[in-house]
Design a binder for this molecule. Structure first.
Ligand code: ASP
Length: 313
């Protein structure tokens, strides 16, 4: 019998660990518990980067990305670019359970969700649309208000600096009483992303990886850089090789830094969390990410600040 543990990204992950922690205490499997926790964040319209009410892409479309993974069976499922369906993590789980595939995207993901009985819903909130309009990068560029629906005029509008775009993801990792791990990662990705852009969050091995024999790991931050280092699989393999979850997260942050330096770029904001099969947790981030995470251990829920790792000189 293991003592249940849950860890989730960002302060808004607190509601996720509270819900998942209770379910684990009741003996529920890790995957059920973490998906129930993530759903609370997806359903919260105040969280503008996960689920409904998030900030849309550059042309006003709100698309969702998510993946789930079970550490016992290594079963996994994902959706990317899913529109008009509220809980992307629930659809990702159905992909895992009902199809021979791992990842469905766009129109195909929505079609599958409809076959599975999910409802189509209007994804925007008034507050979300207002924030999208007010902070639109096209408007910021020259200080004057433009028609935000016409933002992609040509190449100059496509290859823009994404580092200031609003983003954040809830990634939830759990260890259940039977000693099994489960994880989920769910997001709307980067606000103002180009239509069709997919980050790390629905990519098994990038935004999430879970293996009972080694550990669970997840990520948040600029998805392009997390994909570039294969973030979550990298951390799980570090744990398999004997590193603690804390060491694995710090190594991932160092890898982001080193990769950026090698490419002559400034390291992006990226943050990592990990959980070992013994219930040890870890977290780390690149400099100035200000990453806080939520944990539930022995029924006690708290927010912690992650260690920040700077580039090596
Ligand atoms: N990783 C997410 C993405 O790139 C965003 C985030 O977690 O901040 O889509």
């Amino acid at each position: 019998m293991a003592d249940p543990v849950v860890i989730a990204t960002w302060p808004f992950g607190k509601s996720a660990v509270e819900i998942a922690g209770k379910q684990l205490a009741d003996g529920k499997p890790a995957l059920d518990a973490v998906i129930a926790g993530a759903k609370a964040v997806e359903d919260d319209p105040q969280v503008r980067s996960v689920g409904f009410g998030s900030l849309p892409d550059r042309i006003g479309r709100l698309t969702l990305d998510s993946c789930v993974m079970d550490g016992k069976t290594l079963n996994c499922g994902a959706v990317a670019g899913l529109e008009h369906v509220r809980n992307a993590s629930a659809v990702a789980r159905r992909v895992m359970e009902k199809t021979p595939h791992v990842l469905l995207v766009g129109e195909g993901a929505r079609w599958f969700a409809l076959q599975e009985g999910f409802k189509l819903e209007m994804p925007h909130t008034l507050e979300g649309i207002r924030e999208w309009f007010d902070r639109h990068p096209d408007k910021k560029k020259d200080g004057e208000k433009k028609d935000a629906a016409r933002v992609i005029h040509g190449p100059d509008d496509i290859n823009v600096d994404i580092s200031e775009f609003n983003h954040d993801t809830v990634t939830v990792l759990g260890l259940d009483k039977s000693g099994s791990l489960g994880g989920v990662c769910t997001t709307s990705g980067l606000a103002y992303k180009l239509p069709g852009r997919v980050g790390d969050s629905p990519i098994i091995g990038a935004g999430l990886y879970v293996d009972d024999q080694a550990g669970a790991a997840g990520a948040t931050g600029v998805g392009e850089e997390i994909i570039r280092i294969g973030g979550s699989l990298f951390m799980v393999e570090q744990m398999r090789a004997g590193k603690t979850p804390q060491e694995a997260c710090e190594l991932a942050a160092r890898r982001v830094n080193a990769t950026a330096v090698r490419r002559g770029k400034h390291p992006a904001n990226c943050a990592f969390i990990a959980l070992s099969p013994k219930g040890e947790v870890g977290a780390a981030a690149t400099l100035k990410t200000n990453f806080e995470f939520a944990v539930s251990i022995g029924g006690k829920v708290e927010l912690r600040k992650a260690r920040e790792i700077g580039p090596e000189m």
